[in-house]
Design a protein around this ligand. Structure first.
Ligand code: ATP
Ligand code: MG
Length: 197
């Protein structure tokens, strides 16, 4: 390609992108859904929390399926004055094997999440690992969809977890599937501080 052809091609590309950017002039709260089997869903949510904190935005985080280990981000978030958290008080269901207890803990965490979704002062709500609460039937999908639909119009929501339901995919504005190609775990490398927890 000659220099002139290259220049013409880039000018057309710029005109196209500029017109698309101009068309995208709506400002509103969006739902971002991060699903799939690969690594990177919760850490992506943390990246958005970090961005929002940089603007002094207020954040509510509900973490469903809290593991037994504390993570680096829990320690970091506890120091942030603009962050409120609700962590589910149970480990994984295959550890506890008590459906009634797990359901009660899920409902307790959801009630806090729901209060964030009603709070106009909260700019970003993160519902980490929410998808499992629906697939294990700890929480009713329709109640969740109603709360998302009725939230303040400028409030953003980030939802993470494998195997998102069709209802969540439909209500979300941005949906990404993180695909598992390789994971260090399969080389018998244990979860590493700063990377996995
Ligand atoms: P992260 O929190 O690291 O962004 P994630 O939220 O995408 O991961 P989860 O399904 O919540 O993934 O699992 C959390 C933990 O499991 C992390 O330590 C992560 O490295 C690990 N993990 C994620 N995907 C895989 C996988 N495909 N195989 C094994 N372990 C995984
Ligand atoms: Mg996760």
């Amino acid at each position: 390609m000659s220099t002139d052809q290259y220049k013409a091609r880039m000018q057309r590309k710029k005109a196209h992108i500029d017109s698309r950017i101009e068309e995208a002039n709506i400002n509103k709260g969006i739902i971002v859904l991060l699903t799939g089997n690969g690594k990177g869903k919760s850490s992506s949510a943390l990246g958005m929390i970090c961005r929002a904190l940089g603007y002094g935005m207020k954040i509510g985080i509900a973490k469903f399926l809290k593991g037994v280990q504390d993570t680096g981000e829990d320690a970091f978030l506890a120091k942030q004055t603009n962050v409120q958290t609700a962590f589910m008080k149970t480990g994984f269901t295959w550890d506890t094997q008590d459906k009634a207890y797990d359901t009660a803990m899920a409902v307790e965490t959801w009630q806090k999440a729901q209060s964030y979704l009603k709070d106009e002062s909260i700019d970003l709500v993160v519902l980490d690992e929410l998808t499992y609460m629906i697939s294990y039937k700890y929480l009713d999908e329709q109640i969740i969809l109603d709360a998302l639909n009725n939230r303040p119009s400028n409030q953003h929501v980030v939802i993470t977890g494998r195997a998102a339901t069709d209802g969540l995919i439909e209500i979300a504005n941005t949906v990404s599937e993180v695909k598992d190609i390789k994971h260090a775990f399969r080389e018998n490398i244990k979860a590493q501080k700063g990377i996995d927890l």
